[in-house]
Design a protein around this ligand. Structure first.
Ligand SMILES: [Mg+2]
Length: 262
């Protein structure tokens, strides 16, 4: 078989998706939840500090969510520690057990009420299915939470194959991606993983032997990843797309893009 023929073969049989900030605008939902707790509990922090608060929350400076994804603590405990740190950083009263109970009721209910899908999510899933690809989810939150989240945004038919509670730990461990491909029923080398985080999603999937696709959305300010070098990632075998509408073409040419010189 010639090289040309090989490149024209469809490079993947299945696609695994991240959920948060890939299919669902979780960043926007956290912004609304944090604004609600800011108004009630952090009067010293004006609305102009919301962006800073969002960055603080998502960058997880205390490492509590990362502990959760390593199976070292539970979901509620990691959130309480992060609330404590948020109050210490932005000038709120100390977060006691009692305060946390009402804090979390406001934070979490606002977060859930704010879940919204990205406009390109449903069309991308439909296009993948039409192309005959198997689709599923590998996520660093619990299976139950992500099933509920996807159902509430109209994507409930997408199976959540692996959550942080499936193996007891999450991405970037390569076993998480391998388990996703196993459950999808595809060879890891013929499976793509699409996520918004270059290291945790795309590079980790590539290291696990999948085709790593980094979703670097237009208009989303990625403060966490400002220093990431697209060309360096591409050269290392990661495919970069700007929106999920680019996914079908990226998958067709994925191995070529990934192996082309930078
Ligand atoms: Mg994500």
């Amino acid at each position: 078989m010639s090289m040309t023929t090989r490149l024209k073969e469809r490079p993947v049989d299945g696609v695994l998706f991240d959920v948060d900030d890939t299919l669902v605008d979780t960043r926007g939902a956290f912004a609304r939840a944090l604004d609600a707790v800011r108004e009630r509990y952090l009067p010293a922090a004006g609305p102009e500090r919301l962006d800073e608060m969002l960055h603080h929350w998502r960058s997880d400076p205390g490492g509590w969510y990362r502990r959760y994804t390593r199976g070292e603590t539970d979901h509620l405990t990691q959130r309480r520690h992060r609330a404590v740190l948020l109050h210490e950083t932005f000038g709120g009263e100390p977060v006691t057990e009692a305060l946390f109970e009402e804090w979390d009721e406001l934070f979490w209910s606002t977060f859930e009420d704010s879940w919204t899908p990205f406009d390109d999510a449903a069309p991308a899933l439909a296009a993948a299915r039409e192309a005959g690809l198997r689709v599923g989810v590998v996520t660093n939150a619990s299976v139950e939470l992500q099933e509920r989240k996807l159902a509430s945004v109209g994507l409930g038919e997408l199976p959540v194959l692996v959550g942080v509670d499936t193996l007891g730990f999450g991405k970037p461990d390569p076993r998480v991606f391998a388990e996703g491909a196993r459950k999808l029923g595809t060879d890891p080398a013929r499976t793509a993983y699409v996520g918004d985080e270059p290291a945790l999603d795309a590079a980790a999937a590539r290291d696990a032997g999948l085709l790593g696709v980094w979703l670097a959305r237009h208009g989303v300010r990625r403060r966490l990843h400002e220093t990431e070098d697209h060309d360096e990632l591409r050269a290392s075998g990661v495919v970069v797309i700007r929106g999920l509408a680019e996914l079908p073409a990226a998958l067709d040419g994925g191995r070529e893009q990934a192996s082309a010189p930078a």
